[in-house]
Design a binder for this molecule. Sequence first.
Ligand code: TRP
Length: 336
Amino acid sequence: MEQTQTDKKTVLSFVQASGTPTLGNYLGAFKNWHEMAAENDCIFGVADLHALTVRSQPADLRRRSIEMYAMLLALGLDPEKNIIFLQSHVQEHAVLAWVLDCYTQFGEAARMTQFKDKSARHADNVNVGLFTYPVLMAADILIYKADKVPVGDDQKQHLELARNIAERFNGIYGDVFTVPEPYIGKRGAKILSLQEPEKKMSKSDPNAKSFISLTDPNDVIAKKIKSAVTDSEARVYFGGEEKKGINNLMTIYACCTGMDFAAIEAQFAGKGYGDFKAAVADAVVAEIEPLRTEYERILADKAYVEACAKAGAQKAQYLAQKTLRKVMKKVGFYQI
Ligand code: TRP
C-alpha cells in the first residue's frame, strides 16, 4: 500500500486483546470493517501493549493476542491488502509514545475519563501505564499517519487527545503528523446486556448470560437469548424505557437480518416473545456460526496465522520507522 499513489485514506483501528469479543463488538464495529476495508487502506492492530496495563498471566496474554489476531482474519479482512499485526511486534510504537509523553501535559492526561474510571475500578493497580495509555494510543495512530480512526464513544476523548498532540507537535516542528479525524462509516449499533439492558453488553460482565461471545456454540446462544430480560406486555414493538429489553433484541435482530423495525413489528404482530426470541436466536446463529467455524479453522492453522502476523508486522514496521526517524531528527536526537 505504501507505494501505490491512491487517493484512498488510511484508516486505522486497534482492538484490545482482552478476551473473546462479544456479539456487541461484532454488531457495533467488526461487521462494518469489511466495508471500511474495501474502501480504504486499513491498518488493524491487536493492542497487546495496552493489555499490559491490566495484570494477567503471560500465557493468557499470549493466547488472547493470537486469538484476537485470528479473529481479525476470520472476519474476512485480507492480510495481503490490509496491514494486520500485533502492536508489540513493532517496537517503534513504544519509542514514539515516550517522545509524545514529553509533549503531553500531565493535566491533559489526568482529564481522561477512562483513566479516572479505570483507576477507580482497579484501585489495587493504578499503574503509570494506565495513565499514559492514551499517549500510546496516539502513537499508534500518528506513527502511521492515519487519516481516520473509527471510534466508539469511550475512545472519542482519546482521539481528541491524539489530535491535540499532533497539532502541538506540528506547531513546533512543521508538518510531521497527519491530524486524524474520526471515521464515520455505517453506524454500528450499540448492543446492550441481555440481563440488564441499561448497560452495554460486555465480555467482562460477571453474569455470562448477559453477553453472547463470538465463540459460543449455537445452543448456548439460543439459551442466552431465551433468558434475556423483557417485559410483561408480550408485544413486539420498539418502545421507550420500559421496553429496553425488547428494543435491544429488536436491534440485534435488525442488525442480523437487515430488516427495519417496522418490518420486524409486522412480522411479529400477534405473536408472543417466545416466537420472537426463537427468531432472534436463529438470526444470531446464522450470523455467528460461519464466523465461529472460520475462526476455529484459522486458529488451528498456527503456521498460517503466524506467517500473516509476521508479514503484517514487517509492513507496519516499514511505515512506523519512516515516521519515527523523522520525529527523532526533528526533536534533536543526534543523527549519525
Ligand atoms: N484503546 C482502544 C480501545 O480500548 C484500543 C486502541 C489502542 C486503539 N490503540 C488504538 C483504537 C489506536 C484506535 C486507535 O478500544
